[in-house]
Design a protein around this ligand. Structure first.
Ligand code: ADP
Ligand code: MG
Length: 741
């Protein structure tokens, strides 16, 4: 028996995006692994399959990196503490290297540097100091490069190690034996080595700081979890850590406390603030039988409840897991960058060799200096970090931003697709409307009265789970109407219900439902039309093939549906309403909320076909539904939005789950998606342009025309800043206010 599980690892030693590919490859090669994704922005990996964590850790180690399994949130805290330590170390390394590099650099720029020939001892001391800096501040580059070399690989560390190493060795040789090069080439390059190491450390430190902010969304969700629960064991109340709460245990929640796990209220009542999960600002009343969700906050009352979902099964845990997985997944837009990053370092090494050869063969004197400067700057400027960070970092921020708005996005690809949506198809019941219909009128034929009609309808609807059925049963109960037993009950999807009461055939449903049985419906045509024009749904009741009554219900439109649809229009999106209800009722609701097109009388099984028909016109189509009979349509749409209740994250066929239930979630998702994709494009453009311009200039293509070569110190600055720029740009997304667009 094989068991799919997902393992999260923290990965250290990844210096650049090129490393992502190596680690992913190593993980994927472990037998049993079905999926592996490395998140360079978070320095973690998510692996799925039938494997042991220890095997994975070993595979990562064999590839020249280090890994540890992340199990609980405590590990997460440990990881964060380790990162803070690492951050401080990077800063220290920067300071040490800068103390040597910058004074040398400044005096060299001002031309105040002691000459080489007359001050050999001075330069020898500098060479030793520089070596010390390289060991103290740059050790991790050389170790990383060596580890990669051992497994026949090359990464950013390789480039830095080669660049700075070559500079130091060359300069030392010139210091010791100046005569090996012509007089014009007797120039040493200790300060670029020190400064490059300083700047790259500084860059990593800044990047790390900014990266930390991108996982705020997850931290906020984790922070919602309660730490302890007050359980009642053997008649005694005691506080225990939440991880020790068992299923079906009784828990007491006092006013103002956080609800520890999911469950059902058994005694007492209170109102609960669920806004952190549903975005719904009003507190929800809870009495015996109500569901409560871990992480939400109890307001004034106190109650006892029974734990029904604990640990990983809790809604909050599942939300955290979903957000995490989505943050770790890559959209197609990032794949090209990943492919390029994977071959980037070897390509740069080849360019460096070519640069060397060209300058060696046709370069001017002093050749040795030119060769060193050009190959060194090529190696240093061509770091692929920015390229590899461009996509994952924005996805992390984008997915997190969405979570903040109660929007759960399945993966990065969905986030990318959502921005391209041109048509939004909305289900009527439960999506545009509240999904809680109430009876508005009962009509009856000759010889019948209201109670009799209600009684027959309610009897038969007791068997159905349709929201319309619930409305009728509820209303009959309020009116104190008795129901009778029903036999041969049948549910005709999209039409209605039928069965036998006292051996008489009873039919209840829409006009078509009766027409199919050749039952005359003219009797109530007028009333039905009046109701439909008001947006109410009329259902016909027939007994023994004769129409005897009509019950109308109305499902109020959600307060903000109209505004949300107006926002979609502003985003240039066509809004279509899809419903199984009749055309007239549908038109009335559609008119009220302002949708562009109405497709009515659709059987549940045909909803997916309608979505396909819209797609065939070349539209990118989103379907929004409550997920019950809309699942096939949700699955067929380019992006499927399920209206969830936040507490019910089991909606797995959907690409996006709107926890708040409001249609504003659709507009918010599209806005966040568009912003994220353009953010990624800016990042990719920045990263590409920087390399596309930087590498040729560093190699010296401009030299024959304008005599321009890049200063190695400049190359170091550019490379250190490139990833900082990308991370900073991604962080701009954190301030996005989708509702204001
Ligand atoms: P929607 O697309 O609004 O979810 P359905 O496809 O479930 O609607 O149903 C379409 C129509 O069929 C309803 O508007 C109603 O007239 C009729 N209908 C469906 N189920 C029932 C039922 N249990 N009782 C009465 N009428 C029903
Ligand atoms: Mg429905």
């Amino acid at each position: 028996m094989s068991q799919e599980n997902s393992i999260r690892l923290s990965i250290s030693g990844m210096s650049c995006a090129g490393c992502v590919a190596s680690v992913e490859k190593a993980l994927a090669a472990v037998p049993g692994v079905t999926q592996s994704a490395v998140n360079f922005a978070e320095h973690t990996a998510l692996v799925k399959g039938d494997v042991q964590a220890t095997q994975l850790v070993q595979a990562v180690k064999d590839a020249g990196y280090d890994a540890a399994e992340l199990m609980s949130e405590a590990d997460q805290e440990e990881k964060e503490a380790a990162e803070l330590l690492h951050y401080r170390q990077l800063l220290k390394k920067f300071i040490v290297a800068a103390l040597l590099g910058f004074p040398l650099f400044i005096s060299s720029v001002m031309g105040k540097m002691p000459g080489l020939e007359s001050n050999r001892e001075f330069w020898f001391v500098i060479a030793v100091l520089c070596l010390f800096v390289m060991i103290y501040s740059g050790r991790h580059f050389y170790i990383g490069a060596w580890k990669a070399f051992k497994v026949h690989n090359a990464n950013m560390d390789t480039l830095i190690a080669l660049g700075t190493g070559a500079a130091w060795v060359y300069s030392l040789l010139i210091t010791l034996f100046p005569s090996i090069v012509p007089e014009t080439a007797r120039h040493v390059y200790f300060e670029p080595a020190a400064i490059i190491i300083a700047l790259i450390n500084l860059g990593s430190a800044l990047e790390m700081r900014a990266r930390g902010k991108t996982s705020e969304a997850i931290k906020r969700l984790i922070g919602l979890q309660a730490k302890t629960a007050r359980v009642i064991r053997d008649g005694e109340e005691r506080d225990i850590p939440i991880s020790e709460v068992g299923l079906d245990e009784t828990i007491r929640v006092r006013p103002g406390e956080k609800i520890p796990v999911d469950g059902l209220v058994i005694d007492g009542h209170s109102s609960v603030d669920e806004s952190m999960l549903t975005g719904e600002p009003l507190p929800v009343e809870k009495t015996a039988g109500s569901e409560v969700v871990g992480g939400t906050i109890n307001k004034n009352g106190s109650f006892l409840y029974q734990a029904k979902r604990i640990g990983k099964d809790m809604a909050l845990s599942q939300i955290i897991e979903m957000v995490r997985q989505a943050q770790n997944s890559k959209p197609s837009i990032g794949r090209l960058a990943d492919k390029i990053s994977a071959v980037f370092v070897p390509t740069v090494l080849i360019i460096a060799v070519l640069t060397f050869l060209v300058w060696f063969n046709i370069g001017p004197e002093p050749k040795a200096s030119y060769i060193l400067v050009t190959t060194m700057t090529v190696l240093i400027i061509a770091c692929p970090c920015a390229l590899g960070l461009a996509t994952p970092i924005s996805i992390m921020v984008g997915v997190g931003k969405a979570a903040e708005y109660g929007i759960l996005i399945r993966n990065g690809e969905v986030l990318q697709q959502a921005g391209k949506i041109r048509t939004v198809v909305l289900d009527k019941t439960g999506t545009i409307t509240e999904g809680k219909p109430t009876v508005t009128g009962v009509m009856y034929g000759d010889g019948w009265d209201e109670k009799q009609i209600l009684s027959l309808a309610a009897s038969i609807e007791t068997q159905s789970e349709h929201p319309l059925a619930e409305a009728i049963v509820e209303y009959a109960k309020q009116q104190g109407v008795e129901t009778s037993p029903v036999s041969n009950f049948q549910n005709v999807a999209g039409h209605g219900v039928c069965g036998e009461i006292n051996s008489q055939a009873v039919l209840f449903g829409n006009q078509k439902h009766l027409q199919k049985q050749h039952i005359e419906t003219h009797l109530f045509d007028n009333e039905a039309q009046i109701m439909a024009n008001k947006g109410h749904t009329a259902m016909y009741l027939a007994m023994d093939k004769k129409l005897i009554g009509l019950i109308s219900v109305s499902d109020p439109v959600k307060k903000d549906s109209k505004d949300a649809i107006a926002r979609l229009h502003k985003l240039n999106i066509k809004v279509v309403m899809l419903t199984g209800d009749n055309q007239r009722t549908a038109n009335s609701v559609a008119h009220h909320v302002g949708v562009d097109e109405v497709i009515a009388d659709v059987l549940p099984q045909h909803k997916a076909d309608k979505v396909k028909a819209l797609q065939a016109k070349g539209h990118v189509v989103a379907m929004v539904g409550d997920g019950i009979n809309d699942a096939p349509a949700l699955a067929n749409a380019n992006v499927g939005f399920a209206i969830g209740t936040g507490t019910d994250v089991a909606i797995e066929s959907a690409d996006v789950t709107l926890m708040a239930g409001s249609l504003h979630g659709v507009a918010n998702t599209i806005t966040i998606s568009r912003a994220t994709v353009s953010n990624i494009k800016q990042n990719l453009f920045g990263a590409f342009i920087y390399n596309a311009i930087g590498i040729p200039i560093a190699a010296g293509v401009l030299f024959p025309y304008v005599g321009l070569l890049l200063n190695p110190v400049f190359a170091g600055t550019a490379m250190a800043m490139s990833s900082v720029t990308v991370v900073t740009n991604a962080n701009r997304l954190r301030f996005l206010k989708p509702e204001s667009i």
